[in-house]
Design a protein around this ligand. Structure first.
Ligand SMILES: [Zn+2]
Length: 402
């Protein structure tokens, strides 16, 4: 016999995350012994919690269970308590089979904790409060967003999601249209885009959000390719290239001909320097002519070097993990430099390459091990996106995704 338990807690929002973990431990304990669980319950701050127990017939699938829970009782509970925290957990008599799902996207990352702690997490549902809107640009994006009732912060989010493919500042056209599925009060408590399609000059781009096991949210194509490229082209914003990659140039300080194995960006001292890709700090400190430098390793093959820095990001040290676009240091002129600039190197398999022309795999796909998780996570948002499109006039307009 399998038992399903629904645990609804009304813990305060700021303590949401802890609450989830405690709930999970609580329910897991319940699976082992009910006597223990009731004691545990009394001794925790879950005095306002309610637990419902359902009997499940052998052989029932998760969706069978859900439908039999009574006209989506689970969904009803969720919508009735959307401002509070909820959790629904299914346990089975076999402790190895632990099934949990949650009404909050926080639950999306917490199962990985279940996984690490208990190694029993097998499947989850994500019941998100999804809202969909559609718009067509006639004059400006802002105008179209207003008409579509797309919340203002989501315009920026949309622009960021498609930053690699669509220039929202200069390349939007009348007739461009968008469908946005967003989560109300989602990840981090804000509205967040979970699935979207943007048709720019007749070309359709799609994005879905995926929160990985580490809890990082990124946008991918529905096929699982990151929209973000593996490396940013430049590590400093609004900087001018003062010296290109070259096999022979006269060194400004040494006054000798030698290869320039990087690209120089002239910028004011103190200008933030960003990691061009996700990676790990393998060197941070003084290094001869480089002055104060940082070396990052990105996976097995790539390395980037940032030299002549005036300083490092506080707390950054060898072994630290950095994310693409994260500020790691500041432009300076330490080491052999005639003026403040960033010397940036890009190495593939230990060999210096011109960062501006190097052939790098375009995007980082979802790791194949995470593909099942990815598919299940994007399922609802994607279905909602398709439904929204199907119910609209846009369905009649050509899109490769129709
Ligand atoms: Zn240089």
């Amino acid at each position: 016999m399998i038992k399903i338990q629904i645990l609804i807690d009304s813990a305060v929002k700021t303590r949401q995350f802890t609450a989830y973990l405690i709930s999970a431990i609580l329910v897991f304990t319940t699976a082992i012994g009910h006597a223990e669980s009731s004691t545990l319950l009394d001794n925790t701050s879950f005095s306002r919690s309610r637990i419902k127990i359902f009997r499940v017939r052998p052989g029932e699938s998760t969706s069978d269970i859900l439908s039999r829970l009574g006209s989506n009782e689970a969904l009803k509970v969720v919508s009735a308590n959307k401002d509070k925290t909820h959790m629904m957990v299914i346990t089975t008599d076999k402790p190895k089979e632990f099934i949990g799902f949650s009404s909050s996207p926080l639950g999306l990352s917490s199962p990985s904790h279940f996984g690490r702690r208990f190694n029993r997490y097998t499947h989850k549902f994500n019941m998100m409060n999804l809202v969909s809107v559609q718009g067509t640009i006639t004059s400006s994006m802002e105008e179209a967003a207003k008409q579509a009732k797309l919340p203002e912060p989501l315009i920026d989010q949309l622009a960021q999601i498609f930053a690699w493919d669509i220039d929202f500042a200069t390349n939007l056209h009348p007739g461009d249209r968008f469908t946005v599925v967003y989560e109300k009060g989602g990840f981090n408590g804000t509205d967040d885009i979970v699935a979207t399609e943007f048709v720019n000059r007749g070309k359709a781009y799609r994005a879905v959000r995926y929160i990985d096991k580490e809890g990082y949210a990124n946008y991918y194509t529905p096929e699982g390719n990151a929209l973000q490229k593996a490396f940013l082209t430049t590590p400093v914003d609004f900087a001018r290239i003062s010296s290109h990659f070259s096999s022979s140039r006269r060194h400004p300080v040494l006054n000798r001909i030698r290869a320039h194995k990087g690209v120089d960006y002239a910028a004011r001292t103190g200008t933030p320097v960003k990691a061009t890709g996700n990676g790990e700090v393998t060197f941070l400190g003084r290094k001869g002519g480089y002055g104060q430098a940082i070396i990052l390793r990105h996976g097995d093959r790539y390395e980037t070097v940032y030299a002549h820095l005036s300083g490092y990001k506080t707390g950054l040290r060898e072994g630290s993990t950095v994310r693409q676009g994260e500020v790691i240091g500041y432009v300076g002129q330490t080491g052999l430099a005639t003026g403040p600039h960033l010397h940036y190197e890009f190495r593939i398999d230990g060999i210096h390459q011109n960062p501006l022309t190097a052939q790098v795999s375009n995007s980082i796909p979802v790791k194949s091990v995470a593909m099942v998780d990815f598919k299940s996570q994007i399922q609802d948002p994607l279905a909602k996106l398709n439904l929204t499109k199907a119910n609209s006039l846009f369905a009649k307009i050509y899109s490769p995704y129709n």
